[in-house]
Write a protein that binds this ligand. Structure first.
Ligand SMILES: NC(=O)c1ccc[n+]([C@@H]2O[C@H](COP(=O)([O-])OP(=O)(O)OC[C@H]3O[C@@H](n4cnc5c(N)ncnc54)[C@H](OP(=O)(O)O)[C@@H]3O)[C@@H](O)[C@H]2O)c1
Length: 317
């Protein structure tokens, strides 16, 4: 007998998708079937390919993660690609979710799409309150449009499309490429090479910017909770609390400790720091899911460093 819920996860082979796979192996409900897609299953920026994927799997629910993703420097180099490819992917996935009468579609925004000039802490009502930081406006505007699309499909067709807003994510299976990665995987890879080659570890920027990081396994649990329990169209921020914001230099210290790197650490202040901070409030999440326990950043970084060292040959480097 076919499962009642067939949940299609776009971007199922990425950092977040892999973490959801791991959680689902332990927490799958009997009436659920989960399908995890990678780009090998088809190009979701192409409407016909997306339709044929939906037609093949006939999902009832969608978790939409697929996106062109990258760190600060890749975002600064390729704003047009970030804008166009992400707009196309989102349009194809959301329109097919409408055409195939999906019961709920949960898409993924990011706290880095919020206005550059804003009051803190940022909350879910502030997504569209001013231009994003110039370093990632292509990605930011494409992501902001998901919220507009969700409302439009809801208002015109009654669709239950919603979105979550994670802060910076890190964990096993991330993209550790030195040019294109986010700060934690990039620093882990650099530290690994500095240790191996007996060289100093150079960190781009001053180390002073502050960030809230969420461990991919925590985010995966929260994604599953949102799919099963959250009914609003309006987005929900998935983040550790404001008190758990850490500086990039603290993150670097933890990586150095986890990797047991004994060499010199240098901050290259000729490189951009990006946005100084983007403190987000997790009050909405806490009010709806007060018992959720986040992994502390030291444990999360140590586990990620260990995973990277054990999987260096197969990791995305
Ligand atoms: N990483 C962060 O810090 C962060 C923070 C906030 C929000 N987010 C959001 O979280 C979501 C997941 O991010 P992630 O870090 O897990 O990304 P990721 O590791 O880079 O994975 C991206 C996923 O999207 C797939 N994909 C990319 N382009 C595609 C296309 N044209 N057609 C089909 N599939 C395509 C990739 O498939 P392949 O593996 O086959 O390439 C992969 O499964 C994204 O929506 C991202 O914007 C990420």
């Amino acid at each position: 007998m076919a499962a009642e819920k067939r949940i299609l996860v776009t971007g199922g082979s990425g950092l977040v998708g892999k973490a959801i796979q791991e959680i689902i192996e332990k927490e799958k409900e009997p009436n659920e079937e989960w399908i995890f897609l990678s780009s090998k299953d088809g190009d979701l920026s192409d409407l016909e390919e997306t339709r044929s994927i939906f037609s093949k799997h006939r999902p009832t629910h969608v978790i939409h993660l697929a996106a062109m993703v990258g760190g600060l420097f890749k975002n600064m180099r390729r704003p047009a690609d970030f804008l166009r490819i992400n707009l196309q992917i989102n349009d194809c996935v959301l329109h097919c979710s409408y055409e195939f009468k999906i019961q709920k579609c949960v898409s993924c925004l990011s706290t880095c799409i919020f206005p550059d000039k804003t009051s803190y802490p940022i909350d879910e009502t502030m997504v569209h309150n001013g231009p994003p930081h110039p370093s990632n406006y292509g990605y930011a505007y494409a992501k902001r449009m998901i919220d507009i699309q969700n409302r439009a499909y809801h208002d015109q067709y009654g669709c239950t499309f919603t979105s979550v807003i994670p802060t910076n994510i890190y964990g096993p299976c991330d993209n550790f490429n030195l040019e294109d990665s986010h700060v934690i995987p990039g620093l882990i890879h650099k530290c690994y090479l500095a240790k191996k080659n007996d060289q100093p570890l150079t960190i781009f920027g001053s180390g002073k910017p502050l960030r809230q990081f969420i461990y991919s396994k925590d985010l995966a649990k929260l994604f599953v909770w949102v799919l099963r329990n959250y009914e609003d169209v309006d987005p929900i921020i998935l983040s550790v609390g404001e008190e758990d914001e850490v500086s990039i230099s603290r993150v670097a210290e933890l990586i150095v400790e986890g990797m047991e790197f004994k060499g010199q650490v240098i901050y290259d202040i000729s490189k951009s720091d990006g946005q100084y901070k983007k403190t987000a409030s997790n009050m909405k999440l806490k009010s709806l899911y007060p018992d959720f326990k986040f992994t502390d950043i030291k444990t999360g970084i140590f586990e990620t460093v260990q995973w990277f060292q054990e999987n260096y040959d197969s990791a995305r480097i």
